[in-house]
Design a protein around this ligand. Sequence first.
Ligand code: ADP
Ligand code: MG
Length: 395
Amino acid sequence: MNKQTVKDIDVRGQRVLVRCDFNVPLDGETITDDTRIVAALPTIRFLIDNGARVILASHFGRPKGEVNAKYSLDPVAKRLSELLGKPVEKAADSIGPAVQERVSLLADGDVLLLENVRFHKGEEKNDPELAKAFASLADVFVNDAFGTAHRAHASTAGIADYLPAVAGFLMEKEIDIMGRALEDPNRPFTAIIGGAKVSDKITVLENLLAKVDQLIIGGGMANTFLKAMGYNLGNSLVEEDKLPLAKELLDRAEKEGVMIFLPEDLVAASAFKADAETKVVDAETEGVPEGWMALDIGPKSMKTFGLVIARSNTVIWNGPMGVFEMEAFAKGTNSVAESVAKCQGTTIVGGGDSVAAVEKAGLAEKMTHVSTGGGASLEFLEGKALPGVVALKDK
Ligand code: ADP
Ligand code: MG
């Protein structure tokens, strides 16, 4: 990574404001998955150990610029304190005189968590006044919120106009691993792209076509490609207006020597329901019956995709292979998750739903990297510059 990190600066005795992504799932007062908090620990521990006065900031949910107790970071302060094994103070706001006062009382190695930055309207508008108010709390800014790096907000990008800004370890890890895979991959390099719609992932497909050796397409978006090849898709989700684009992408792949793998067989369902009648159909010779819809890839596709993945040295996966939220249509996604987990090469999973599927299958530990950022990882794979990264100091 060509950006400075916390290791490139002297933090002792400094007030260091760290933007984290503590946007964790909550059930009442209970955090049901603390992955994002755990992922932030290396940076926080490094700062504590090196005598910084640590001020943590994060958004949580979508309070839309208003104070709302439902979106308080109190449960995060509690969990963080347990994980760090030391007290984590929690401020009642993220700016203002009372917060200034608490910051001034911090000793080296102390940790203070600010309240949800999205309680202020200026956060998502990247208001310079709010950015300045955040900046006035600290001497240095550290961005460790990869999951929010694709948004130019006051606490992710704006603040860097007023303070020296460097990356945290999570940010560095996300960018290093994904960046290396995209720029200098061990080949063969395979991308697996799934999810509901082609239109969500056009830029990703275009960017990856120029880089990969093999492209596996599954999930709802495969339907549009199969239809473009002349197959019957019945009532499946097909984007009619994207048929020409699908054809063009298939042509481009052929020209660039990228091998494309589409599902050979599909699980067709009589309705979009967990208990619908189902049958496996061959995509080319049978197609999806009239009135039925493809909701998962079939067993032959799972086998072929598995072989392609097994012979790859780099795999990037974004988007499930079927409607995995329903058990009946989760087999394709689970099978791909297992194939990726078994692959000996570098394996990277990005995307909110794909990561959820991998975690549900208990396979996250078997991957080289599971990205903590859904939207951010997608934009990274699209080849876009992330505002939260651009704002950091170059090496
Ligand atoms: P990610 O969050 O990993 O990037 P997406 O958000 O692009 O993934 O896609 C996930 C959604 O795609 C899931 O809600 C899933 O139900 C849906 N999906 C996958 N396959 C199909 C299909 N065959 N028909 C309809 N929806 C599908
Ligand atoms: Mg999603």
